[in-house]
Every structure is written in structure tokens, then in C-alpha cells.
Design a binder for this molecule. Structure first.
Ligand SMILES: NC(=O)c1ccc[n+]([C@@H]2O[C@H](COP(=O)([O-])OP(=O)(O)OC[C@H]3O[C@@H](n4cnc5c(N)ncnc54)[C@H](O)[C@@H]3O)[C@@H](O)[C@H]2O)c1
Ligand SMILES: [Zn+2]
Length: 474
């Protein structure tokens, strides 16, 4: 069975045209075609630090805004407060920013306290960005506490979530207590899961501080934690009331973590938007050096693309949303087998995309050049396209992990495969032999090549690498 998803045929028409003279800056107009104007943006003024763009995720009563700003984290409390007021309607706020029209905020604004908030963050950003967001909320009248857990994928766990529940009970949290995730995807996923489950739902906002969280995990309402044997296996769909993206925070992100986020950026181009893919190819240096303007365009485009998909398949029931998992069936298996945190999520996805693309080649869906273009772009961003040689697992290990993938139905694996650049389909009838062949290519070939290099054997092509199974990579 196949589900078909094609950006140009099935996704939203532009919500509105952004009024930035993008052609004059060499950015194709369509890159920005469906971003909506936010805040102080004016048609006549070129985009700068003081201006903002926003993407709106249209989900009826669960709709929300994603402002994409720079150097405005100190103001984040106002946005968070307004989103909460808009959602809650009954609150009493002493914040100076005018509330959305129709809000009851004005009627009650003499009351000094907005409510209680718990900022959930990790050890790397607790004293910087989380502290700034906290101060901004306090300035708006909030009583704030902070929950800090150790940075890293292993914190997406029962233990961490349980500790946050304890803290919420300790602060007498009720259904109006705001949970604010300040951090990367790990923080967002864990905090969102707490928000979804504590008293069956607390208002929840995201302030993503990693590129990956900004372009992917903070948007769309997937929350969750890992089972020791399977990534993201326990979770809930739970939309935030808003996502506040400040690109200035990415300046402190390590190169490796930044690159990990770029893997998801490339993914959007492959699955939905060939023009965006070309744009990435043409702006490699600017993206690598984190040029703020380019970065904001890239983030806006990714958020809009993801929002378009989520708006049509919020709960992943039609198959459309599953296409966002391109590269993830392989990627999650590599990530889990390597031990959470060793291979970064984006790195695993980069390798996974190349595997999926090779699988599509075997199936005759695409020619090699589609894979090669992805490989070249990922490598230009210094992302891996094959497994590091230190990883040690077999094709069967990978296949067994893949069977735990959430796309698996009745034990049969499903793969998101490209049918051309900018278009993917979901296939449920891929033979295990084909998957094995791709894994053998990935696992055996580099290991054998390395071994042979050590033994100074030159005639590589004569060795029967592709028949070995299971394989061990050292
Ligand atoms: N919910 C979804 O839809 C979705 C989508 C994609 C990925 N994810 C999940 O997201 C997670 C990966 O996210 P991630 O890559 O952000 O990982 P992460 O949260 O572990 O962040 C990466 C590292 O960067 C640090 N960091 C974050 N912001 C920083 C900053 N501004 N300056 C310095 N250091 C900073 C963090 O402390 C951490 O050490 C995975 O668990 C993945 O499963 C979820
Ligand atoms: Zn991902």
C-alpha cells in the first residue's frame, strides 16, 4: 500500500505573501511565500534584527504562533503571557504588553500575579536562556520555578519526567500552571510530555534553543520520552500554545549540534520542497556561518513546511505526517543501537536519509543522482553519510530495532522513500532482502575498506563484501 504526499499538490496555498524584497537579496520569493508578517515588520524596510516573522499553525482551537525573532529573548515573557491569556481567558495579568483583542486580560489587569509557571530546561542552558526567560516572566507578574535536568538524550526518561511531576506537586500546580520548555528537542519532548499528562493537560509553550528544536521538534505537538529499547516510544500528541524562536541563541550552539539541526533542514528540501533544497545548496557558506538573515529564512521555511503537514494530519492518521520521518526508520535504529547520545539525532537521520535513498534506488524509484545530491549537501554541512567505524552492530540488530519503529504495522516495515527530489511516498511492501542489501552496503563496505586499508590490500573490488551477513563493524 502507498500513501502519496506531494508538496505542490497537497500542501497549503500561501497563507499570505511576506513583503520582504527577497529577490533583491538573492532569495527566491517562494522560499518565503507563506510566512506571515509578525510584529513590527514593514513592507518598505528590509528585514533586520528589530523585525520579526512568524508562522501560524492553523489547528482550530489549538492554533498557535511561532514568532521567529533575533535578540528578543528578554521580551519572551510578554508573548508567553499573551498566549496563555488568549488560551486561558480568565487570567489576571500585570504585563505591560496589550493583550490580544477580546481577551479578559484588560478587565482584570489590576491583579499583580499572572499565575505560576514551571520552566523546564537542561543543565547547559539553565543559567543562560532559561534564566532570561524566567526573568521576563517574573517581570510580567509570574511566580516561576525552574526544573533542571542533565543535558542529553538520556534525560528523555521516566526518571526525569517523574522528577518534574514531583516538582509540580511540590508547587501545588493546577491546570492553569504554565510549563515552558527552554532548551533543545530533549527538553521540549520531555516537558511537553509532562504538560500533556499532568492533570491531563497543562498549558505548554516552547522556547527552542537548538536549531533542531526550532525547525522540527518544537512544532507540531509530538511529545514523549524514550524506552530503553525504543526511541520516542512513550508519548502524546499535545500542541503548545506558542513557540518563541530567537535565532540569537543559536550562536552558542556547538558546531556539531548546529550541524545536527541542519540534517532536518535538508530533510524538508528532500521530502517537500526542491526549490528550498536548491536554495540550501546555493547558501552553504552563509548557513554554516549562521548568518542571521539566512537562518531566519531557513527556519521560517522549515516551520511553515512542517506546519502545512501537521495542519493536514495532526495525529498522523492519514500517512501524510509520516513523511516527516524520512530517514528516521534507519536513523532511529542507528541512534538507539549506538547508545542514546553517541550518534546525535540529526547525524543518525543524515545517515538514515542516505539509506532510504539507496533503498529507493534499489526499488527503481529514483536514479543515483538524487542520492548523490543529498550526500553532497549533507557532506558540505559536514554531516555523516555512513556509520562511524567505531559502531559495532549487525544488519540483524538494525532490522530488529527497525521493527520497533512506530510506522511498523502488524510487523511489516514501512519506509518513506523519495520518488524524486521534493516528493516522497510511503511503502509497506519493501522486501527485507532489499533492506539487508542497503544495510550491508552501509555496514560492511566501510568496515571492509578500512580493514583492507590497514592490510594494504589494494584490489578492493575483488572482495566479496556484499555477501557477508551478519556483519560486525569495529
Ligand atoms: N517532537 C518532535 O517532533 C521531534 C522532532 C525531531 C526531533 N525530536 C527529538 O529532539 C531531540 C533532539 O533535539 P536536539 O538536537 O535539540 O537535542 P538536545 O535537546 O539534546 O540539545 C542538544 C545539545 O545542545 C545543547 N543546547 C541546546 N541549546 C543550546 C544553545 N543555544 N547553546 C548551547 N548549547 C545548547 C543541549 O543542552 C544539548 O546538550 C531528540 O530526542 C529527538 O527525538 C523530536
Ligand atoms: Zn528528527
Amino acid at each position: 500500500m502507498r500513501w502519496h504526499a506531494h508538496a505542490n499538490q497537497q500542501l497549503n496555498p500561501p497563507t499570505s505573501d511576506i513583503a520582504i524584497p527577497c529577490q533583491s537579496r538573492g532569495i527566491p520569493a517562494t522560499i518565503l511565500r507563506d510566512a506571515v508578517v509578525w510584529g513590527f515588520h514593514s513592507e518598505s524596510v528590509p528585514l533586520s534584527y528589530s523585525e520579526s516573522i512568524a508562522v501560524r499553525v492553523n489547528l482550530g482551537p489549538r492554533s498557535y504562533q511561532i514568532p521567529i525573532v533575533s535578540h528578543q529573548l528578554v521580551q519572551s515573557g510578554k508573548s508567553l503571557t499573551n498566549w496563555w491569556v488568549e488560551r486561558d481567558g480568565m487570567s489576571s495579568i500585570a504585563c505591560t504588553l496589550p493583550p490580544p483583542s477580546g481577551s479578559l486580560w484588560l478587565q482584570n489587569k489590576k491583579h499583580p500575579v499572572a499565575g505560576t509557571a514551571l520552566i523546564v530546561t537542561d543543565s547547559n542552558v539553565a543559567t543562560t536562556y532559561a534564566a532570561t526567560v524566567k526573568q521576563s516572566l517574573v517581570d510580567c507578574g509570574w511566580i516561576c520555578e525552574t526544573a533542571v535536568f542533565p543535558a542529553g538524550e538520556s534525560s528523555k526518561s521516566f526518571d526525569v519526567v517523574s522528577g518534574i511531576y514531583d516538582q509540580l506537586i511540590g508547587m501545588n500546580a493546577d491546570r492553569r500552571t504554565l510549563i515552558v520548555a527552554v532548551g533543545g528537542g530533549v527538553v521540549g519532548d520531555a516537558a511537553g510530555f509532562v504538560a500533556a499528562t499532568y492533570t491531563r493537560g497543562l498549558p505548554f509553550a516552547q522556547v527552542p534553543t537548538s536549531l533542531l528544536a526550532a525547525v522540527d521538534s518544537s512544532v507540531g505537538g509530538k511529545t514523549g520520552i524514550n524506552h530503553p529499547l525504543a526511541k520516542n516510544m512513550i508519548g502524546a500528541f499535545y500542541q503548545p500554545i506558542g513557540v518563541f524562536i530567537d535565532t540569537a541563541v543559536f550562536e552558542t550552539l556547538s558546531d556539531r549540534e548546529y550541524r545536527s539541526g541542519l540534517a532536518e533542514v535538508v530533510k524538508y528540501g528532500v521530502i517537500l520542497d526542491p526549490e528550498f533544497f536548491t536554495y540550501l545548496e546555493q547558501n552553504i557558506a552563509a548557513i554554516q556561518t549562521r548568518q542571521p538573515e539566512i537562518l531566519r529564512q531557513v527556519i521560517t521555511r522549515c516551520c511553515r513546511l512542517k506546519a502545512d503537514v501537521v495542519e493536514r494530519d495532526e495525529f498522523e492518521t492519514t500517512g501524510l505526517r509520516a513523511m516527516l520521518n524520512y530517514g528516521h526508520t534507519f536513523g532511529h535504529a542507528f541512534e538507539t543501537l549506538s547508545g542514546y547520545g553517541h550518534l546525535l539525532h540529526g547525524e543518525a537521520v543524515a545517515i538514515g536519509m542516505i539509506c532510504a535513498s539507496r533503498l529507493a534506488e534499489r526499488r527503481g524509484l529514483i536514479d543515483t543522482e538524487v542520492t548523490n545530491r543529498q550526500s553532497r549537501l549533507l557532506q558540505a554541512f559536514q554531516l555523516p553519510t555512513s556509520l562511524p567505524l567505531s559502531k559495532s552492530f549487525t544488519t540483524d540488530d538494525v532490522l530488529n530495532r527497525m521493527k520497533l519503529d512506530k510506522k511498523t504495522v502488524s510487523g511489516s516495515l514501512r519506509f518513506v522513500l523519495p520518488t524524486r527530489l521534493g516528493e516522497v511516498q510511503i511503502f509497506a511492501d519493501i522486501s527485507l532482502d532489499d533492506v539487508r542489501a542497503v544495510l550491508n552496503w552501509l555496514l560492511v563496505y566501510p568496515a571492509a575498506k578500512s580493514m583492507m586499508r590497514k592490510r594494504r590490500v589494494i584490489r578492493l573490488e575483488r572482495q566479496p563484501f556484499f555477501q557477508r551477513d551478519p556483519c560486525h563493524v569495529h
